[in-house]
Design a protein around this ligand. Sequence first.
Ligand SMILES: Cc1ncc(COP(=O)(O)O)c(C=O)c1O
Length: 434
Amino acid sequence: MLTRRTLLARAGAATGAVAGATGLAALSACDPSPTAEAPPATGGPGLPFGPHSWSSVRAQFALDEGYANFVAFYLASHAATVRAAIERHRAGLDADAHGYLIANEEKLDAAVRDQAAAYLKTGADQIAFTDSTTMGLGLLYSGLRLGAGDEVLTTEHDFYSTHESLRLREVRDGITVRRVRLYDDPASADAGDIVRRLRAAVTARTRVVALTWVHSSTGVKLPIRAIADALVAVNRDRPGERRALLCVDGVHGFGIEDATPEALGCDFLVSGCHKWLFGPRGTGLVWGSAAGWRRFTPIIPAFTPGDAPGRLATPGGFHSFEHRWALAEAFALHRDIGPAKVARRTHELATALKDGLAGIAKVRVLTPRTPELSAGIVCCEVQGYGAPEAVLALSRAKVLTSSTPYNPSYLRFGPSILTSESDVEVALRAVRSI
Ligand SMILES: Cc1ncc(COP(=O)(O)O)c(C=O)c1O
């Protein structure tokens, strides 16, 4: 395998090596048991990690113990193993960056790829690594081969990073971007209706369907598998280059849902690793199907050529390696706990929170109750409060939440593997009291 080191050595000897590499880009190519936890997460730092105790999971994170934190997903806190790995790599790089890279880059890159592939239950070659969801979306929507007149169908519900990546592409290449509304009232969103509205908006010119798995505006989780199935029918008689590819910003499902990209049926899954996975800040990935990667040309030169599409799509150049490499520890922690247990735990806490909020007269819950149409995000309105005012009032009651950066803006909770049943109780008491 060619590494940065060998690539640069060859490039020095003959620039043709780099040209050849770029040519390839044409790309042929947690409960006490995290099953049924009981005790509240009272474990402070120092409680050793045991995959059968949510308290011990919580204790791996240095979150301020004085707060019930429902915004930990926003930008990850690092687990003890992640912090230790970052410190180890940082010390090595600070001592002799050149020597540490030469001795370790290949094996540390491979460890990250292998852990990510095992977590996603996919081939390591299908994964590109990025610094964020936004970087992944920007690379993807810039690199997919589209021409003037080709159409991308997106929705009213996506985050700025999807809309702006597509707008920039529209400006550059004269493609057409259309938006469809998939539900009117999030609280009564319906899976069948969502699929019908999306299907009805696909035209003969649609080459890409750009969606977000879990909407950060409302907490609605799209039925991606059912949408993928509907697109199979659309694509049946289309040649490969004209198929409508299903591209998903997965960041608010990734690290919660026990669903592989292949099971979801999408062509691309883009995510940051620094939200619900609680990976190192400044990490992300793009997973692509073989058919998806065949429609992609990289934007930024890769430093690890070969014919693996994920590697060719991984921007080269030096990175904040200590964070990139500590991603292996973040995936390992999730795999030790077990993705199915993480999903069950997050859904149990989110459901308990929604049920409690729904019982408070001044609260309207926007996020659907069913786990089929929701994940960890819980959005609501509190009568008499704008979302930012509610966030402020709750923080005074030691409950950390956020307001959605959309219009309308809602109060947003993010129960996660770092919150407990008692945190949910504290939050409900606080909402009643404000
Ligand atoms: C749906 C969605 N996608 C992408 C992002 C941006 O993620 P990142 O900071 O990893 O680029 C956010 C919010 O931060 C979001 O809510």
